[in-house]
Design a protein around this ligand. Structure first.
Ligand code: AHG
Ligand code: MN
Ligand code: MN
Ligand code: MN
Length: 332
């Protein structure tokens, strides 16, 4: 109804950012503009994702990225769209992306922020219409404004993030983010072209009944991880693993659960990347009352060494993560 729409319009992302940011130390508005630039890029990628099958955007590019992964067309398109949106927005001086080896300079040397981004997460699901996402992590630069950014801007560590979030291209498209005072989720209403606040102050249940892990690597996991999985089955937990970290993370945050990508023989440090997958989601998890660990320490306390370093990743309901970490610490 018109009344319902009026209520909805009152809580658009733009209004929310303005309200939230006006009480925020960086009230000069750049972070607000940057969040809007990311939201816009998400709308554009949402459109590409929703018609991938129609305009031959699915499938592989026939080239691989710095990760040694076969890049999907949408990986490259999402990367280009985000880089363009952040370059045009003017608030970001440099970017680290999963899809590029080194720093991408935006020529906005006066920009106060740097962004680390996974432009499209869950690439194996692009062609089969399963949820995929974008993950972003934002830092204030430490190098002087007006100079060219460098590695030190990106090696500040997880607890220096000023904001982080993701866009989930699922049965609905959602933008979920935090600037350090709780997590809020917005559902995209495409007929209005607006993100509408749908989940205010998201909290992750302390415990849950879902575990997410790639069971195919069971034999390669630490015996304590194996014991946790066997015990979870005995306790009647539900296994849900869709191969898109953003989708698994979002569902487990809402319902309670744990996602694990431990070290395997093939991936001795795990598969997931610290800078643009684990740090941002760990930031959100802690903001929702959940937790995130590499098995020995909180993800946010890991000292970063390079742009694409990987880490084992255990994230979700604090009680569940605590149980796994306690078991792994016993094995050290
Ligand atoms: P990306 O598509 O950005 O490379 O990330 C994929 C990640 C994550 O989204 C997912 O949970 C995991 O890879 C799946 O890996 P496996 O296929 O090894 O389980
Ligand atoms: Mn990838
Ligand atoms: Mn990813
Ligand atoms: Mn990716």
């Amino acid at each position: 109804s018109v009344q319902e729409l009026a209520v909805l319009i009152g809580t658009t992302l733009d209004r929310f950012i303005h309200q939230e940011q006006s009480a925020f130390p960086y009230a000069t508005g750049e972070l607000s503009h940057l969040l809007r630039d990311i939201a816009l890029a998400g709308k554009i990628i949402n459109r590409e994702v929703n018609r991938a099958g129609l305009v031959d955007l699915s499938g592989a590019m026939g080239q691989s990225n710095v990760q040694g992964e076969c890049q999907q067309k949408l990986d490259v398109i999402a990367n280009i769209r985000f880089l363009r949106a952040l370059q045009r927005g003017g608030e970001v001086c440099a970017i680290i992306s999963e899809e590029d080896e080194g720093i991408i300079y935006t020529n906005n040397d006066n920009g106060k922020y740097v962004v680390a981004i996974d432009p499209l997460d869950g690439s194996s699901n692009i062609d089969v219409n399963v949820s995929i996402g974008t993950i972003f992590s934002i830092y204030r630069r430490v190098t002087p404004i007006g100079t060219q950014a460098n590695m030190s801007d990106f090696m500040q560590g997880g607890r220096k993030q000023v904001a982080a979030g993701y866009i989930l291209y699922g049965s609905s498209t959602m933008l979920v983010y935090s600037t350090g005072s709780g997590v809020n989720a917005f559902t995209y209403e495409y007929s209005l072209g607006e993100y509408i606040l749908s989940h205010r102050n998201l909290r992750c249940p302390e415990d849950g009944g879902i575990y997410s892990i790639n069971d195919a690597y069971f034999e390669q996991y630490d015996p304590n991880i194996q014991a946790y999985l066997v015990n979870s089955r005995k306790r009647g937990l539900t296994a849900r693993y869709i191969g898109s970290l953003v989708g698994d993370f979002h569902r487990n945050s809402l319902k309670g659960g744990i996602y694990l990508y431990p070290a395997t023989e093939k991936a001795a440090c795990g598969k997931l990347r610290l800078l643009y997958e684990c740090y941002p989601l760990a930031f959100l998890a802690e903001q929702m009352g959940g937790s995130a660990s590499d098995g020995q320490q909180p993800i946010l306390d890991i000292v970063p060494q390079n742009y694409h370093q990987r880490t084992p990743f255990i994230v979700g309901s604090s009680k569940m993560v605590g149980e796994v970490v306690a078991a792994l610490k016993r094995s050290v």
